[in-house]
Design a protein around this ligand. Structure first.
Ligand code: CA
Length: 675
């Protein structure tokens, strides 16, 4: 939380701040905010008593039209969601209209930081700061803060401490995003609360629109969860999301579209079994999370954005070193029955044989193996150079989940004992599943679990959960979240296998570009059952496609869905590649693609190898011309599908990179270059 009107409002990396002269209210000279390269322009508009708005242009083209901006606070006048304060109280807490400009601050700032578990290792760029100091009809103050880098805009509200108050509640936000006519969407709906498996939704596990229309009702009528991707016709692309959500706020979402406009909405009352309020509250002075708008003429800025991490800070220090890597995971194909001693030994041996760092032991271990024998099993794993992640349900009162352990993470007294036990027996991480929504109450629990786990050197993976919102930087022991219709759905039904390639070519542009995505995939079985034959979901993508998703899907620990039989029956080319598969990256480049059709990315691994991976979700072969000059000339390993058999093919190529390279991918197939 930052203080109002003080220089400390800006990160310590800011250059010296210059104050603009206070502006006469009847003739507001509001400067446009231009990105350092001048191509992205934000205009803030405040005319008369109308509602304030902002608009966005890129290269002179309209990306967002006049969009609402503002916030309604509870400043003690008992306003309600239905009615605004009247009479003597008029304007109290209302920062949505009747605002006067009190001053403008503009400056250039710089972000410069390193990360070990996102798409890139070093982020360094400048941004333009614009703070509009405003006063409402009740003479209360607020700041609308914008940070504009070359392809990203971040917006938040800073609220000062008034004389007689030290806290506030946000009744609603008027923050919105109005798109030009003809904009199409790649959006995933918010589900009803308390539906689905043991009433565990919402859990960010829904489908996507595919170049969908704007002005249609969302599937459940509750709008959409972040992030949302918008194709603004010939003008370019916009990605909306939010970041910096800690225990001091709720997770927000986009409401249903009205008149080309999506507005910020708070969680639904029913989430978390109805416990916890919809409206967030925080101490004053204080700030809301950042809402982010990533803008590009093409998709490159969408895939390469780091705005989720640019303006957040670590909330605590890591007390231990955390190492990332690859993991086996029996549950995904062998399911609940495999969470027993004998089967887990098989998957420890498999991880050891592959040279991987981890095994994830899923639900039911406490009953089928038990706490005492788990200590022994971890010792066995360690003797084979394998470390252990254990599964927990987050559940207390917010769903009907009985998969155990339950009621270990929801209560601070028990949780702290559990974390101490985990450290004592040498467990390195936990996967906590089945959360209760986006209320501040729930976000606070995520933070408590992360903070307690950090005290004991435990990393955290979340499943059945919300989107991470800057958490890779805010919480040093945070590793990844599901928040996607992940690999389990391919086991559960053929439909998800049929749609695998479509979804896999969406994620780099939408879900995975704003945060680590724990997809838990890469199957080497062709039939998703223990026998790898007979009845079961059938993979429609090739084995090369499967391993290429390990490059395309970014998460610093990959729980890979191979089984012991794959040592014998899977293509040796793929298994050999998986033995040396990287999971952390120092650089990511978008080369070509279109959401839902195909994607070609280059990533450089922490150990210094380049991987150029392409997935094709269409029914035709794709030949894309891509610039691979950054690889330099020379020998590369070339993985692709044999055109006739669709079996994996590996060859060594002498690459000449002066001219664009013709990158060919077969239908439901993939190609990967490794150097
Ligand atoms: Ca799930």
């Amino acid at each position: 939380m930052k203080t109002f009107f003080k220089r400390t409002v800006i990160s310590s990396l800011m250059l010296s701040l210059t104050f603009a002269v206070a502006i006469a209210q009847d003739n507001p000279e509001i400067p446009d905010l231009k990105s350092p390269d001048g191509r992205l322009v934000v205009s803030f508009n405040l005319t008369g008593t109308e509602n304030p708005t902002y608009s966005v242009k890129y290269d002179g083209k309209q990306m967002l039209e006049d969009s609402p901006i503002g916030i309604m606070l509870d400043m003690g006048s008992k306003p309600t969601l239905e009615g605004l304060p009247q009479g003597r109280e008029a304007g109290n807490g209302d920062f949505t209209r009747n605002l006067k400009l009190a001053g403008v601050l503009t400056d250039q700032g710089k972000v410069d930081y390193t990360m070990d578990r996102i798409k890139t290792a070093h982020v360094s760029h400048e941004y333009t700061l614009g703070i509009f100091q405003l006063q409402n009809a009740a003479n209360q103050n607020i700041e609308f803060e914008f940070r504009v880098s070359n392809n990203d805009i971040a917006i938040r509200y800073n609220i000062p401490k008034p004389r007689q108050r030290a806290s506030t509640r946000v009744l609603f936000e008027n923050t919105g995003f109005r798109f030009p006519d003809g904009t199409t969407t790649f959006l995933t709906p918010q589900s009803d609360a308390m539906i689905g498996w043991q009433r565990s939704k919402p859990s960010y596990e829904e489908g996507y629109s595919n170049d969908g229309d704007m002005n249609v009702r969302s599937q459940y009528g509750h709008g959409y969860t972040f992030p949302g991707l918008f194709h603004v016709g010939q003008n370019g692309w916009v990605l909306l999301s939010e970041t910096g959500v800690s225990s001091s706020y709720c997770g927000s979402r986009l409401g249903d579209c009205q008149d080309n406009t999506y507005k910020i909405e708070f969680p639904m009352p029913d989430e978390n079994n109805g416990i916890g309020t919809v409206c967030p509250a925080f101490r004053l002075p204080g700030s809301t999370p950042w809402r982010t708008i990533t803008v590009g003429a093409d998709l490159k800025p969408i895939v390469e954005t780091t705005v989720m991490w640019d303006y957040v800070e670590p909330l605590y220090e890591a007390h231990h070193d955390f190492k990332y890597g690859r993991s086996t995971w029996s549950w995904i194909v062998w399911q609940d029955a495999s969470c027993n001693w004998d089967d887990q030994v098989k998957f420890i041996d498999l991880a050891s044989e592959m040279g991987w760092e981890y095994i994830l032991i899923d639900a039911g271990w406490d009953e089928n193996i038990g706490y005492e024998r788990m200590e022994e099993l971890i010792k066995y794993a360690n003797s084979k150079n394998v470390d252990v992640f254990l599964w927990y349900s987050s559940s207390g009162y917010w769903n009907d989940i009985v998969q155990s352990p339950i009621c270990k993470m929801d209560n601070s007294i028990i949780r702290k004992q559990e974390m101490a036990w985990l450290e004592k027996v040498g467990c390195k991480g936990i996967k906590v599943d089945f959360w209760g929504g986006d209320k501040q109450e729930t976000i606070r629990l995520y933070e408590e679990v992360l903070s307690d786990a950090n005290d004991h050197g435990i990393m955290c993976i979340f499943h059945g959960c919300t989107l991470p919102r800057g958490w890779e930087r805010m919480y040093p022991n945070y590793v990844g979240s599901e928040a996607v219709l992940a690999s389990e759905n391919m086991y559960f039904g053929q439909g998800a296998c049929d749609e695998e390639a479509f979804k896999a070519t969406l994620h780099p542009f939408v879900r995975n570009t704003v945060g680590c995505m724990e997809f838990g995939g890469c199957f080497m079985n062709r039939i998703l059952n223990k026998q790898n034959s007979g009845r079961g979901s059938q993979l429609k993508t090739t084995p090369i496609f499967q391993i290429a998703t390990e490059v395309i899907f970014q998460n610093p620990i990959q729980n890979i869905a191979i089984c012991p039989n794959n040592l014998e029956d899977a293509p040796k080319i793929c298994m050999d590649w998986l033995r040396d598969a990287p999971t952390t990256w120092t650089e990511t480049r978008f080369l070509d693609g279109y959401p839902g059709k195909y994607v070609i990315l280059a990533r450089k691994s922490t150990d210094g190898r380049w991987f150029v991976a392409g997935l094709n979700a269409t029914k035709e072969p794709i030949k894309a011309k891509v610039d691979l000059s950054f690889l330099g000339d020379g020998e590369v390993q070339f993985y692709t599908d044999d055109k006739k058999t669709m079996e994996p093919a590996l060859s060594t190529l002498k690459l000449k990179t002066k001219k664009p390279y013709q990158f060919e991918m077969q239908p439901s197939g993939a190609t990967m270059i490794m150097k």
